[in-house]
Design a protein around this ligand. Sequence first.
Ligand code: FAD
Length: 811
Amino acid sequence: MKAHTRVVVIGGGIAGCSTLYHLTKEGWTDVVLIERNELTSGTTWHSAAQVTNFGMNQTMVGLKSHSIKLYKELRDDVDYPVSYRHGDGGIRLANTEAQMDGYRHFASMARGMGVEFEVIDAAECARRHPLISTDNLLGGLWDGNDGDIDPASLCQALARRARNAGAEVYRNTPVIGLTQHKDDSWTVHTEHGDISCEIVVNACGYRVNEVGAMMNVHHPVMSMEHQYFVTEDIPAIVEAGHRMPLIRCPISDYYCRQEKNGLLIGFYEQGCKTWGMDGIDPHFVNALCPDDLDRITDVLEGAFARMPALTDVGIKTVVNGPITYTIDGAPLVGPIPGKRNAFCITGLRAGLGEGGGHGWMLAQQIVHGEACYDTWCIDPRRFTGHANVELTALKAIEDYQNEFRFHFPNEHRPAGRMAKTTPLTPILAAQGAAFTVVNGWERMEFIKPSPDFHVTHSFHFDESFPVVAEEVAAVQNGVGLTEVNGFNRFEITGSDAGSFIDRMFCGRITAEAGRVGLGYLLNRHGRLKGEATIANLPASDRGPVRMWYGSAAASEYHDMDWLTKHIGADEDVTIKSLTNDMTILVIAGPKARDVLQSVSRADWSKAGFPWLSVRECFIGFAPATVMAVSFSGEMAYEIHVPNASLYAAYTALREAGEAHGMTLFGAHAIDSMRMEKGYLHWKGDILSEFDPFETGLDRFVHLEKADFIGKAALTLRAKTAPKKRLVTIQVDSETTPARPGASVMLDGTVVGTVSSGGYGHRVKMNLAYAFVDAAVAAQGQEFAIDILGLIVPARVVAKVQYDAANLRVRA
Ligand SMILES: Cc1cc2nc3c(=O)[nH]c(=O)nc-3n(C[C@H](O)[C@H](O)[C@H](O)COP(=O)(O)OP(=O)(O)OC[C@H]3O[C@@H](n4cnc5c(N)ncnc54)[C@H](O)[C@@H]3O)c2cc1C
């Protein structure tokens, strides 16, 4: 074994082998893979190994397309051909119109990535898969790229290519410890000696937390037992004379593909079982869990009813193995939170299909700092402090039980709820609040008009539409109150805080005491990394001069990582997170000032506290920090309160609000209003794939600033015309919003992708934001958007549809 290398990848399943190979493809060839046993002796060896192009968002579709392209290349390699049956096709079944709508949306979304899915009816499903019955079937989604691959030869082929490029692979070499040094480099301790390196990658499958513990990290990954069986030959398959397409069934929770002349069927039973929660036997190598077919009888019946031919054949083999899940079903591929020079590629539940693409995403992040697609949907930092073993187990079970049932827009499933709440949560619940979940935080969605009010999950506008319209009207005409909990808040102090912040943002952030500014952080490629407000708090009896950095609720670990990474060795900067200690109450509407004035002694007049001011004060007797900022487009105040005083502040505001008819409003109302104002969502509209010019944030860029992260790259980018532009679009539909991912079409060609969509209740317009080709981004440009399979007329309109002059926020 070498003494030193650039990257050590720990784990030789598909995740590790793909990462190693892609590191060499990105040009890093002094890299090593260390495997405790033989390659593919974890989950990979017994995988059903289906490969699909289906994904829930464009990043997943894009990385799966990469897998398919790569696997075809490996199949066609004459020196070492991998067995890959590509193009058998596959059908995701549906028995409800709502599921069919979902498939129509996914087809529209995939088209933007150059992938064609087909939505087909029940008769066509049966024509393509002669073994299935059409009882209780409406139709399905056809993925022509579906197929399956031989896991062992795939991993060997990737390792072989990586070795040929200069990488080394050490088998039968368990990693037993990790030491990180002051310069952030690592020593990897193995049973056969040590190796030092710059970067480590945890690709240890179901043993991820054994290696995680070596660096004091817990990864929110849980293993579930998962079974499939393989049948004896089925005469109807032999007679059909062609291979059967794959089936994925959300009606009865199983998948199925052809294996020789029989079928391989895998099950997602309701009475499912976690695995390895109290530790994993070190000798569990190339091993399986005991068969337990009794556990799957609930779903077996559904499979038999769909494919009656199954009733007459015997079972040849049963496989029961551990499969990993995370809290939201997507893997963890990227930087390990709170660590430097440490990455993971883990929690893969469809690792054979996706592994090629995930390894590609990770290698790009390691080598270039960022991948070609925005990788937030797989970023390990998207879960924060609440993501412990118990929560992960609850969500993993729920996800397993719903394996093929996608989440509808605004659907938040019941397991692991109330992970993060404030003292107001039960109070708002008692007043009828429905809740959405943001990074574990329960956030008020809207107030239900009656206790039994129910929203049907769908891709169309739902029953909450008139409720939200009323909340918006109440804010527009009077005053409303909402709680924005979980908002990310860092306190940045130290004599270099000002210059540090200046370097982090591409624009000029106000340095003036008592003022608030909005700014954007770029990566070194000049593309968007983050969005934050900076509030400059002067010294007071609550502390010295402080900068408050505020950003999206989910960004806590991501932004902390980015900021702390850039503090210079000789800079006096300290960053402390207040995210879990403070909550924001927002009052918004033309009467907001009157409410505030009646609960606080300070001068809240326009002259005394103009827009974009910040001040420490009391709301009643609750200490608070108030900012005159607005995400609704109405006069608004953000009232930041320590959680200990939240109830007191809320009570004071409610009592004062009574005289002004103050009502509650929720996150849906905010979303409607922000769409009318042209305000963006981080990781909805603010993506690492685009720069600030493409995103329409030109006025937040000051290229003449002495320096900022990404300046050199952005200066170069500024010299060429942007390829894409974010535009506001009016959509001609009364029933359905354009959901993120929907394709924007011109003359039958995809020219863009929707990033946000929703109804603007004040302007009475169905609005969307979309990144479109720059050549067709001018105001007035007519398009069509593929919304649930319908070609809906749409056009580019002015970015701001409501109070473009900001007269209401400045009033
Ligand atoms: C029954 C079943 C069916 C499946 N069907 C499909 C399917 O049809 N399609 C699909 O895409 N996916 C499927 N999957 C999932 C897929 O198999 C996994 O997502 C994938 O194999 C995970 O690969 P991995 O590399 O992350 O983990 P693993 O394959 O478990 O690899 C991890 C490696 O790390 C090594 N390691 C662990 N600790 C150490 C250490 N301390 N030092 C050195 N090395 C270490 C292990 O020995 C192991 O080789 C299925 C899974 C199961 C269980």
